[in-house]
Ligand binder design. Sequence first.
Ligand SMILES: Nc1ncnc2c1ncn2[C@@H]1O[C@H](COP(=O)(O)OP(=O)(O)O)[C@@H](O)[C@H]1O
Ligand SMILES: [Mg+2]
Length: 357
Amino acid sequence: MNKLRVGLLFGGRSGEHEVSISSARAIAKALSAEQNASKYEILPFYIQQNGNWLAGEVPQKVLESGIPYLEAQTSTLGLWQSPPQVTAVDVWFPILHGPNGEDGTIQGLLTLMQVPFVGSGVLGSAMGMDKIAMKTAFEQAGLPQVKYQALTRAQVWSNPCVFPKLCDEIEANLGYPCFVKPANLGSSVGIAKVRSRQELEAALDNAASYDRRLIVEAGVVAREVECAVLGNEQTKASIVGEITFDSDFYDYETKYTAGRADLLIPASIPDAISRQIQDMALQAFTAVDAAGLARVDFFYVEATGEVLINEINTLPGFTATSMYPQLWAYSGIPFSELVDRLIQLALERHSVNNPKS
Ligand SMILES: Nc1ncnc2c1ncn2[C@@H]1O[C@H](COP(=O)(O)OP(=O)(O)O)[C@@H](O)[C@H]1O
Ligand SMILES: [Mg+2]
């Protein structure tokens, strides 16, 4: 039997470059283990931090060492070229997190290549990345979420007479504490929890330096619970897990410093709440037109019993210890079977999207 050649695409231009390398290492290991080894051959493609694509030996080395390859980063800047090996790929497995990877850009390129790929297409990826677009879709689907206000950089950096009015409006609508966020980033970068006018002004200015689109949300006191979704048209929701940490909120440092946060699977919440979360996760998946996989994150306000949707991640962290694969492992789908299923879902979706090819 001819093996299916899987183009494992990792690294990338976002701040989550190193997480992507860890995810790719775990996936590569799973694809070369057990029954997968007889079905799949891995062709690794590494995207350097500057956007340069490398095939062949370098990606292999990065996968083995887990260390980013920093050399030769200037050679093709502005002259993007794909390595010739891309034509050998039967199915792509992009495991890139954040902008330029999880946001529909790579998905657009792979769609143009007319080769199947794991995960959401252009629309689902873009909707899942942009917090304003995502919230609009959730609202349309009737999913409860925190009160929020969408803003643009132009509003924040407008003339000094307009800015105070904008802050007045936010204070009146959302109050304190509130969360100021760039709309398209991830990993909590540029996010601030603010408790005063002074902090609000500084946070808006800072978030505007990251993105043209911003969002401010009312802060809630809640437990943070997450649910994994797998499938295309027929979707399944996993057991619900919880993230616990001792910092003020789940910020960048807490996310990426070992030992600062814990995953609790299953979350110790009432069964009825779990079922509600699973149901909402499936609705959210459909609302943004996600495909293949997504992790959907929620706030469980224990004091009132309310469940609010926070966000959907269409290419969630996929290291051996990440929430997404762990949730499936606890739900009966081990890591190696999970990657196999994701590739099969990519093939299935490609044939549904291209019935005549
Ligand atoms: N409205 C909110 N109320 C309370 N905590 C929040 C709110 N928004 C964000 N947070 C905290 O900030 C973290 C990061 O926010 P999130 O919107 O999930 O950004 P990212 O996409 O970068 O993960 C959350 O996990 C949570 O701890
Ligand atoms: Mg988050």
